[in-house]
Design a protein around this ligand. Structure first.
Ligand code: BTN
Length: 268
């Protein structure tokens, strides 16, 4: 059975006047919601503008990976952010987004939703969502598009076999179908709250909540793939700009702002 579509008119009413989701651009099928949102960003659309699609034909993940976006199963959404923050703090907006989305999902799912640096959402070791930030940090007015891909009503067979041990959806975790229309406004509300806290001087609070949700407890041995180079060390939390702090053998802390982190497997 084909899952039901979202009702954009209902969503527009639910989101009207809120901080995130007004205006709302809705598409049945699109290349990438991030691409569309980047166009709208350049055209001057305000913070909170949302692009939502039922299906993406060229959904993008971090590090030039594809993001699987089958029709009506997930939430594929991109938000324009023009944070009242210095350009150097732009990296924090995705961390705040991850905290907000995790908080909204945890409330609904009744299970811990962890954040794997920088912003993968993990439940029981399986990835259920990711965030992709793109935009411009230069100039006096930083602006970004942050895209959210959330696996909602996917079943295992909707994913390629090689991902089966690493990914899940809300449906696979809970054994029931989810109403994306109810979920989306809740996610946007929690996300907007974290974003507002960031903008009103609450960076340390947001970072603390991020740390509390961290998939790796501080002190975990990790390996970081920097793209072409890997580094091993001890995870020491995140720094003031959201960068990963890696303690290397020498005791020196390296700040990593781009890469992929995994638990270091003990050799026997
Ligand atoms: C990742 O974990 O690699 C990030 C995935 C981000 C996917 C979302 S889906 C909506 C938006 N549009 C895109 O093309 N990508 C993001």
């Amino acid at each position: 059975m084909t899952p039901p579509p979202l009702n954009p008119e209902w969503l527009r009413q639910a989101l009207a006047g809120g901080r995130f989701g007004d205006p709302l651009f809705y598409e049945e099928r699109i290349g990438s919601t991030n691409d569309r949102a980047l166009e709208l960003l350049e055209a001057g659309y305000p913070q909170g503008t949302l692009v939502l699609a039922e299906e993406q034909t060229r959904g993008r993940g971090r590090r030039e990976r594809a993001w699987l976006s089958p029709p009506r199963l997930g939430i594929y959404a991109s938000l324009i952010l023009r944070p009242a923050l210095p350009p150097s703090a732009l990296g924090l907006v995705t961390l705040a987004a991850a905290v907000g989305v995790a908080r909204a999902l945890e409330g609904r799912l009744g299970r811990a939703v962890k954040i794997k640096w920088p912003n993968d959402l993990i439940v029981a070791g399986q990835k259920i969502a990711g965030l992709l930030a793109e935009g411009r940090g230069g100039g006096a007015a930083p602006a970004a598009v942050v895209g959210l891909g959330l696996n909602v009503n996917h079943q295992e067979t909707d994913f390629p076999a090689e991902l089966h041990d690493r990914v899940a959806s809300l449906r696979m975790l809970s054994g029931r179908e989810w109403d994306r229309q109810v979920l989306l406004p809740e996610i946007l509300r929690a996300w907007a709250e974290e974003h507002r806290d960031l903008e009103s001087g609450g960076t340390n609070r947001v970072l603390r909540r991020w740390e509390q949700a961290s998939f790796f407890p501080p002190g975990t041995g990790v390996v970081v793939d920097l793209g072409g180079e890997t580094r091993t060390g001890v995870y020491r939390g995140v720094g003031p700009g959201g960068e990963l702090r890696l303690e290397e053998g020498s005791g020196i802390i390296r700040s990593v702002s781009f890469g992929e982190v995994e638990r270091l497997r003990e050799e026997r």
